[in-house]
Design a protein around this ligand. Structure first.
Ligand code: NDP
Length: 476
């Protein structure tokens, strides 16, 4: 059992209102942690501390900050097993997945930006020998970093690392559903001697902590990852404040399986893209479009392989999937399945009872038979549920895909690289994978298309976001 405290101004402390809440392990439904149920007063203290710390931190050199980021990465490496266990107990994802993806990627986030910041150069331009302009980058100020529950450590570190590397100070509001790895991270920052106030962690709800944090006048930059509705609420709350804003929001990601796709390999990829982390990755596919020539063959194989997947105790190596993150989310996903069946979908895999006394387990679910223009195709489910539909032409399928309000990512499967590239170009999505999925390169831009987000992050794009330019023009 973890006793989580806020980390403000380099001190661990309870919420000023003394309120706390519990975080549950979704596999056992037992409490895994108590955490502060903070309010505006804790946020106020955290923002003031971050503002104070900004005075010094913003003046430090990139190499000074780089060393701290590497020290954090070293620390996570040393406590790898503790972070992986916490990630699994908190989210319900299989331990092998925490070890293979979440924790290594969190380490990579710190290492990448620790190195990347050393490559960023100031530059100058000369105008007809009359004047020289020196263009320099500067940190923005106090950043509010708000993250969801699905990849709690990975997404948080993808914000903290570039923000600190660029010289900003931060106040983080992790999801209260999965707070433990953020707490372990703050303990680590304390151990390595990160200057006080540079990174503050305030635990609590979106309503009591998040809303006040993003609207705080001393917060100059807001980086948010979460649902599109919440993103919209935040945009409204800060409208007119001219804060720099990055929004990584929801999706309804399509997967296109063309007529010449290798069925066995494609099914393998589609299973990962549909059900990994119980389908609770913003980049998971939810609508699978299969060329009608291979539709029946693909569906049969997809159902067969999906039914073989083991859903069970996340601590066991054989479990491909663990439980969904919470009872609330489990109910939401079950309702989404019921709604689709009511609207005419045929359930061809999933939704059977799973024999577990406790835990929010759901079998990977495949639905088919909905009409293409069915209204429920618009809503993100964010669980292990996909719909499979046939298509006839590329023009038809790309038109349907582009009718979606979202544009986070897509995947295309075809042996014909050229044709696949052409399909990819027609799809309105920030990232399109061809014959693969979830391959990440930290240098490339991510997000920022349609209702799936605003602003791009990744490599130089993150550096652009977490800094602002100044031009000093000197006459010669
Ligand atoms: P939410 O939008 O519900 O919550 C995200 C975070 O915002 C939580 O910490 C939440 O706190 C907080 N929050 C809620 N309301 C406010 C508010 N008014 N002001 C400030 N903060 C607030 O998302 P979920 O946690 O349910 O995560 C799932 C969603 O995240 C999915 O839609 C998914 O697609 C999206 N996502 C997008 C990614 C991307 O990169 N595009 C990556 C991962 C997820 P609290 O927990 O208390 O509500």
């Amino acid at each position: 059992m973890y006793t989580i405290q806020n980390y403000i101004d380099g001190r661990f402390q309870n919420a000023i209102n003394s309120k706390s809440m519990e975080s549950l392990n979704p596999a056992t439904e037992g409490a895994i942690a108590t955490l502060p149920n903070s309010d505006y007063r804790d946020v106020q203290n955290a923002v003031e501390s971050a503002e104070q710390a900004f005075q010094n931190w913003s003046q430090t050199t990139p190499s000074y900050r780089s060393k701290f980021l590497h020290a954090i990465a070293d620390g996570i490496e040393k406590k790898f097993d503790a972070f992986a266990l916490a990630e699994t107990e908190d989210t319900g994802k299989p331990l092998w997945l925490s070890k293979k993806v979440d924790i290594p990627r969190a380490i990579a986030n710190f290492r990448f930006f620790a190195d990347h910041i050393l490559t960023i150069k100031d530059f100058s331009v000369q105008k007809d020998e009359k004047a020289t302009s020196l263009i320099t980058r500067h940190p923005v100020g106090v950043a509010a970093l708000i993250t969801p529950w699905n990849l709690p450590l990975y997404l948080l570190t993808w914000k903290i690392a570039p923000a600190l590397a660029c010289g900003n100070t931060v106040v983080c509001k992790p999801s209260e559903v999965t707070p433990v790895t953020a707490f372990l991270l703050s303990q680590l920052m304390d151990e390595i001697g990160l200057p006080k106030g540079v990174c503050n962690m305030v635990f609590g709800t979106g309503q009591d902590v998040g809303e006040f944090l993003v609207a705080h006048p001393k917060v100059r930059l807001v980086s948010f990852t979460g649902g599109t509705q919440t993103g919209r609420a935040i945009e409204k709350a800060i409208a007119g404040s001219f804060k720099k804003t990055s929004m990584e929001l929801g999706g309804k990601n399509p997967i296109v399986v063309d007529q010449d796709a290798d069925i066995d390999q494609t099914v393998e990829w589609v299973i990962k893209a549909s059900f990994m982390n119980q389908g609770q990755i913003c980049l998971c596919g939810e609508r699978i479009f299969v060329h009608q020539k291979i539709f029946e063959m693909f569906l049969e194989k997809f159902i067969k392989e999906t039914k073989k997947l083991t859903v069970g105790d996340p601590m066991i190596e054989q479990s491909f999937m663990g439980p969904l993150v919470s009872k609330m989310h489990f109910d939401k996903v079950k309702n989404s399945i019921a709604l689709r069946i009511k609207e005419g979908a045929r359930l061809v895999a999933g939704d059977e009872n799973i024999e577990h006394e406790k835990g929010y387990y759901l079998r990977p679910t495949i639905l088919t038979g909905l009409t293409k223009d069915n209204a429920c195709h618009v809503d993100e489910i964010f669980g292990p549920v996909v719909t499979v539909e046939p298509f006839e032409t590329i023009e038809e399928v790309t038109r349907i895909i582009n009718e979606s309000p979202y544009g986070l990512c897509a995947a295309v499967f075809s042996k014909d690289q050229k044709r696949a590239q052409e399909v990819a170009k027609k799809i309105q999505a920030a990232t399109v994978w061809i014959n693969c999925w979830l391959v990440r390169d930290l240098r490339v831009p991510f997000g920022g298309v349609k209702n799936s987000g605003l602003g791009r992050e990744g490599g130089d794009y993150s550096v652009d976001f977490y800094t602002e330019y100044q031009t000093i023009c000197t006459g010669t």
